[in-house]
Write a protein that binds this ligand. Structure first.
Ligand SMILES: NC(=O)c1ccc[n+]([C@@H]2O[C@H](COP(=O)([O-])OP(=O)(O)OC[C@H]3O[C@@H](n4cnc5c(N)ncnc54)[C@H](O)[C@@H]3O)[C@@H](O)[C@H]2O)c1
Length: 276
């Protein structure tokens, strides 16, 4: 998708971090934007940061619920008539050794990170197929979708899943509807609200991994130390969409560990340890 002007973008997780910056950048490109998140105050703030004259709609949406994402698609079409660019971006993180994970850890993270993407594809792609217009879906995975890190089993599982469904979706669309493109965004650590996602974890998923603390602290420090900003990630992502890139790796340094993992598999080695 090269020409974004007057097209419609939907961004989940638009109240913070990458989603906020993607929304600002899309609006700066002359797109009409739908801002979706569970954090309504954050959505208002993102809206206030859009360039003057931008057309935007705020929708409270819980991506872990299919009916909520269906309602987002309906609200987007009702307001703007079409959706051309979908960012399945909302996400959360948790840490801790796998043997002490709780069911709440799994259900919370997979419900948002993995099922949120599935819901977005189910709610929006049929309309994109039917429109015949150039459209594009960007699924936010992570470097944790391309490598395995100690204490990140639940998060990695969710993000490997996002990489897998993005690759499958790509093949399906190439066969059936090549006017719809796909990208999978795989950043490493960037300083965003995700460092504090656990603090906003809903009470219904309240039981946390009792072994999380040392891993959580390490992850928070790594996120806070991220050199690229969320705005950098948004710029690289939108450039990737325009260029029709599938894998958007914002931190080229991760390629060495991806290579090592591939070699481990191909050469029948045990997994090489990579610090997360
Ligand atoms: N920041 C990083 O280091 C990093 C690295 C790789 C991948 N990612 C991924 O990038 C994406 C965006 O994260 P971010 O870093 O901007 O974090 P962030 O916390 O700043 O933004 C995530 C947004 O998702 C929203 N959200 C949470 N649960 C939701 C739900 N059920 N429905 C709708 N919205 C919900 C939050 O309210 C928040 O506004 C996530 O998928 C994350 O896993 C982040």
């Amino acid at each position: 998708m090269e020409d974004l002007k007057n097209k419609v973008a939907v961004v989940t997780g638009a109240a913070s971090g990458f989603g906020r910056e993607l929304a600002i950048l899309c609006a700066a490109e002359g797109m009409r934007v739908v801002l979706a998140d569970i954090d309504e105050a954050g959505l208002k703030h993102t809206h206030s940061l859009l360039p003057d004259g931008a057309q935007a709609l705020e929708v409270r949406c819980d991506v872990s619920k299919q009916e909520s994402v269906d309602a987002l698609a309906q609200a987007s079409i009702a307001r703007f008539g079409a959706v051309h660019l979908l960012f399945n971006n909302a996400g959360v993180g948790t840490t801790g050794p796998l043997w002490s994970t709780t069911l709440d850890d799994w259900q919370w993270v997979l419900g948002i990170n993995l099922m949120g993407v599935a819901h977005g594809i189910r709610s929006f792609v049929p309309g994109m197929l039917a429109s015949g217009e150039p459209c594009h879906v960007v699924n936010t995975a992570s470097a944790a979708g391309l490598g395995a890190y100690e204490g990140s089993g639940v998060y990695c599982a969710s993000k490997y899943g996002v990489v897998a469904i993005s690759e499958c979706l790509y093949h399906e669309l190439q066969t059936h509807a090549p006017h719809v493109g796909v990208s999978v965004l795989c950043p490493a650590f960037v300083n965003t609200g995700i460092a504090d996602a656990e603090e906003r974890r809903p009470a219904e998923f309240g039981e946390r991994n009792p072994g999380a603390a040392p891993y959580a602290e390490r992850a928070r420090q790594a996120i806070r130390a991220g050199r690229l900003s969320a705005a950098d990630i948004a710029r690289i992502t939108l450039d990737g969409v325009k260029a029709g890139k599938f894998y958007i790796l914002t931190h080229p340094k991760i390629k060495a560990s991806i290579e090592t993992r591939m070699q481990d598999i191909l050469l029948d080695r045990t997994p090489t340890h990579v610090a997360g």
